[in-house]
Design a binder for this molecule. Structure first.
Ligand code: AMP
Ligand code: MG
Length: 418
């Protein structure tokens, strides 16, 4: 039997993602106040027990009356009606007396017997009478009970990420708390003798640790709780000790130390820890070395991601693999970023064999999508990640893509759509 060598990637990014998805699980749930619910993932379906709005009400400041009284109204022959009542938002419902009008404010209950509201700016008023200059249709400027949400409607679905409008709906439905999934705790560990934290003295040959900071921001963005554990120097003992400290978390991320170098200790340490390694490489560029492993502990299952060290590779592998895992743990229904076709504005050549993720800038011209690269695509050029607004995904078999050809772009800053 042929055994795949460790450094020969066999999995496509999609296959790698499928393996990750099969290993994910859902975290427990908790109740939070609406004030703290933004960005959390719903752990219950929300079915309305009431109509919203709860009663027919006026959409305008104006006059409520019966549409049939205005049937023959015109500029030349306005209809005049006495104003017998006034009603504002919060007042109890009143009665429309025959052949009269009620002065009504936005949000006030439509009087019994009225079927239309005419905005004040379309009327005039003298001596307690209002003049109407045109006919109106039944229901004009009336917000009907239940037109936003009808009683019995499923308003929000388990797994949705709560946002401002969803939280407003919950408040309208008289909720003060909501059941959500616990936030995933994500440990972040940098590895490398060459790394120095920002703000500290930088000896010759050293570089700043940037990955930990980028990954920290990404974890927060997707709703997880990042826990930064520092830099593990390139020795087995230190790497093992710091990874062990991370085991209280649901997900552990390391960056660096997963290539084929002599100082790349991460895979060895994981085996010693009893980790089940699901894959070690992915057929993609950048991001070929990328470990995904599972550790079964008494306290529960832990997911491990050994991301590559190069800043672009590490961020890109996070987006493709760790982001969906965090979302699934937190009960998310949607994990896919939108992908669409765009017309390439330059010629690109690449080697056969791997899926390429190029940093791209898309523009919309006359409703059509175009895309170009951010320029040099080295996996150490973090600026390319910042300047891009999408990734251009080129399939493994492609070698040349001409300017004017269609390519797939992934909108990495857009929220998940499927
Ligand atoms: P490695 O896989 O450990 O050999 O790292 C690959 C490259 O990424 C090297 O050039 C490292 O210096 C760089 N690198 C590793 N970790 C970080 C980090 N945390 N921040 C910035 N660059 C890093
Ligand atoms: Mg290293």
């Amino acid at each position: 039997m042929m055994v795949a060598k460790k450094n020969i990637p066999t999995l496509s990014p999609n296959e790698a993602l499928s393996l990750i998805c099969t290993e994910t699980f859902q975290l427990s749930t908790e109740s939070v106040s609406l004030w703290d619910a933004d960005g959390r993932f719903l752990a219950e379906d929300i079915v309305s027990e009431m109509d919203i709005p709860p009663f027919d009400n006026s959409a305008m400041d104006g006059f409520a009356t019966k549409s049939e009284y205005l049937r023959f109204a015109s500029k030349e022959n306005p209809v005049s009606l006495p104003i017998l009542h006034e009603i504002k938002a919060g007042d109890q419902r009143c009665e429309l007396t025959a052949n009269s009008a009620v002065r009504i404010m936005t949000g006030a209950m439509i009087p019994h017997g009225a079927d239309v509201v005419i905005p004040v700016e379309e009327t005039s008023e003298t001596n307690g009478k209002v003049f109407f200059y045109s006919p109106a249709n039944k229901g004009d400027n009336i917000r009907l009970a239940g037109e936003d949400v009808a009683k019995g409607m499923k308003v929000l679905q388990k797994g949705e990420r709560l946002n401002a409008a969803a939280i407003g709906l919950l408040a309208s439905l008289n909720r003060t708390t909501v059941q959500v999934f616990r936030k995933a705790r994500v440990a972040i560990i940098a590895t490398g003798d060459e790394l120095v934290e920002p703000g500290q003295y930088l000896p010759e040959g050293h570089i700043r640790n940037s990955n930990a900071y980028s990954l920290y921001a990404e974890v927060s963005k997707y709703g997880g709780v990042p826990l930064y554990l520092g830099i593990a120097r390139d020795c087995k003992e230190e790497t093992a000790a710091i990874i062990e400290k991370a085991i209280t978390c649901d997900i552990i991320i390391t960056t660096g130390g997963v290539s084929m170098g002599q100082y790349d200790f991460v895979p060895e340490v994981l085996r010693d820890l009893g980790m089940r390694i699901v894959f070690e490489t992915v057929k993609m560029k950048p991001g070929k070395p990328c470990i995904f492993g599972v550790l079964e502990k008494k306290s529960g299952k832990k997911l491990f991601f050994g991301l590559p060290g190069n800043p672009v590779s590490s961020l890109l592998s996070f987006i493709q693999f760790v982001r969906p895992a965090i979302l699934l743990l937190m009960g998310a229904r949607k994990i896919r970023k939108p992908e669409m076709c765009a017309i390439l504005k330059e010629k690109i050549t690449k080697k056969r064999g791997r899926t390429h993720f190029l940093r791209g800038i898309f523009t919309i011209e006359h409703g059509r999508l175009f895309v170009k690269t951010t320029g040099p695509q080295g996996s150490g050029i973090l600026r390319s990640m910042h300047e891009s607004n999408c990734l251009i995904i080129l399939p493994p078999e492609k070698e040349v893509v001409e300017s004017g050809e269609e390519v797939i772009i992934q909108l990495i800053h857009h929220e998940e759509i499927a």
